[in-house]
Design a protein around this ligand. Structure first.
Ligand SMILES: [Zn+2]
Length: 130
């Protein structure tokens, strides 16, 4: 499928459901994030810093660290879904943003929010771990 410029694009009938799905996904993620922020003991306005029981303090620290970890994970996914949505908007969905090659349709089906191909994904992971 090629558009006027001869660039590969997915037909609208394929992109529409993906767009809808990602929008729903974004909504879900944002709701979940709000819940996590609310559940974080550190965001509790009634929380006092002069905590008598050290156990309670430790539990709060743990709860906070956990909430932070979940929040960071959600933030990363939110950014990714937003990115994918903007790729649809500019007509670049399904094209790797690193190397401009097409992303495997199978990969897109499993991770519709992905914006890079398998190879670039692997390279990124390697960079991170080194
Ligand atoms: Zn790539």
């Amino acid at each position: 499928m090629k558009d006027k410029k001869g660039v590969f694009t997915f037909p609208a009938r394929v992109l529409k459901p993906v767009n809808e799905f990602l929008k729903k996904e974004l909504k879900k993620l944002l709701t979940r994030r709000q819940q996590v922020v609310k559940a974080d003991p550190f965001s509790d306005p009634t929380r006092t810093s002069d905590n008598a029981a050290e156990d309670a303090e430790a539990a709060e620290q743990f709860g906070h660290a956990q909430a932070e970890a979940i929040k960071n994970h959600l933030d990363r996914r939110i950014v990714q879904v937003r990115k994918a949505l903007s790729r649809i908007k500019i007509g670049r969905y399904g094209v790797c943003e690193e190397c401009d090659r097409f992303i495997d349709t199978e990969r897109l089906m499993v991770f519709p929010e992905t914006t890079i191909c398998v190879d670039c994904g692997k390279k990124k992971k390697l960079k991170k771990s080194s």
